[in-house]
Design a protein around this ligand. Structure first.
Ligand code: PLP
Length: 372
């Protein structure tokens, strides 16, 4: 029986053809036709006016925050349950991430807990669409408007997700995507910032290119910048991916449907709730094993591995990260019990786009056997 990893990229489109073309053309740095094509196709796909290719999702978050003018003395509200890059990006600007608990059912930022964290220093809210399921962007926009805050979406896991039938990039000020190998669309390593603002687009383009003057290449740089340029080789892979973006995402959505219908018969397993207005792109099939089952999570993972099925623990909360010790001591410690519940009891099951129904059935039946 074949081994089922948690995630493998699906690269059976024109990826090889485009990369070979890029190599033989000699355009392998960040100039080249694939960059422009990838950006324009991705902006069409995401529904944003502008798309700016960068080296990875972490850089996308960082350069978007800097472009919005966020820096020392500012605060940004970030969910406690996320991947570390969301909070690191805020720290890298010199601002402070203020952690907000998640909703018990949707596993996304609890919109009812955002306002109590707003101070005179708050500049932005960073909703993270966890596992591909979008946050309540309508409610977050209301809060942002009321308090004059920016919204930077961490869309690393949610390419193509929708809220009330609208693409997520129709909301907020900027959105940051990752194309890491396990994401729904991938370039190996890679990222994108999208925005509907012409001004922000120009700022970010300049910042990600060492603040070179976009018109006059005179080696005069008027502000701090970064080299966050994506290579034409990565963009070649990205173009092949985004050309069939909807197809790739639908595979993830279909697989999640199969998992969800099969898992509904397994007692003690909890899933992320997807609100009626949300269209998740189901980046990962995450489950929570109710502690009442009384089988340690490591043991479940070990048994799955013996059967050739890989699994992974979920993220650890930001309040548990030694990297934020100082922030947490300055801002008071609080309980993040919903976040802890996921970190302590949750795991990802194999979630590659090209997984077959038979493979999903195999995962669920092994899991059933272990739990019962
Ligand atoms: C993957 C991910 C990132 C970081 O993207 P990289 O491309 O790996 O830098 C940021 N935020 C979230 C929520 C992610 O899942």
């Amino acid at each position: 029986m074949n081994f089922l990893p948690v995630c493998e990229p699906t690269l059976n489109g024109k990826e090889v053809e485009y990369v070979l073309d890029a190599v033989s053309s000699g355009w392998i740095s960040s100039a080249g036709k694939y960059i422009e094509k990838f950006e324009s196709e991705f902006s069409f796909f995401s529904g944003a006016k502008h798309a700016i290719a960068v080296t990875n999702g972490s850089c996308a978050l960082h350069v978007a925050l800097v472009g919005m003018g966020i820096g020392p003395g500012d605060e940004v509200i970030v969910p406690s349950f996320t991947m570390i890059a969301s909070a690191f990006a805020v720290m890298q600007t010199g601002a402070v991430p203020i952690f907000c608990e998640i909703d018990e059912r949707t596993w996304n930022i609890d919109v009812n807990s955002i306002e109590e964290r707003i101070t005179t220093r708050t500049k932005a809210i960073m909703p993270v669409h966890i596992f591909g399921s979008p946050c309540d962007l309508l409610e977050i926009e209301k809060i942002a408007k009321k308090h004059n805050l920016k919204i930077i979406q961490d869309s690393a896991e949610s390419h193509g997700a929708k809220v009330g039938g609208n693409k997520i990039d129709e909301y907020g000020d900027a959105s940051a995507y990752s194309f890491f190998a396990n994401k729904n669309l991938t370039t190996g390593e890679g990222g994108m910032v999208t925005t509907n603002s012409d001004t922000l687009n120009e700022k970010i383009r300049k910042l990600k290119n060492l603040s070179f003057d976009p018109i006059d290449r005179n080696y005069i740089h008027d502000q701090l910048g970064f080299n966050y340029r994506m290579s034409n080789l990565h963009a070649a892979i990205g173009l092949a991916q985004v050309e069939r973006g909807n197809e790739l995402i639908n595979l993830r959505i279909q697989n999640a449907k199969i998992y969800r219908s099969l898992l509904s018969e397994t007692p003690g397993i909890e899933l992320q709730a997807i609100p009626d207005w949300a269209e998740s792109v189901h980046w990962m099939n995450a489950i929570v094993i109710n502690p009442a089952i009384k089988i340690p999570i490591q043991k479940i993972m070990g048994r799955l591995k013996e059967k050739g099925i890989d699994s992974r623990r979920l993220f650890q909360g930001m309040h548990r990260q030694p990297a934020f010790k100082e922030i947490l001591s300055n801002y008071g410690s609080e309980d993040f019990k919903h976040t802890d519940y996921l970190s302590d009891n949750g795991l990802y099951l194999p979630s590659s786009s090209h997984l077959t129904r038979g493979e999903i059935e195999r995962v669920v039946s092994e899991l059933d056997r272990i739990i019962n």
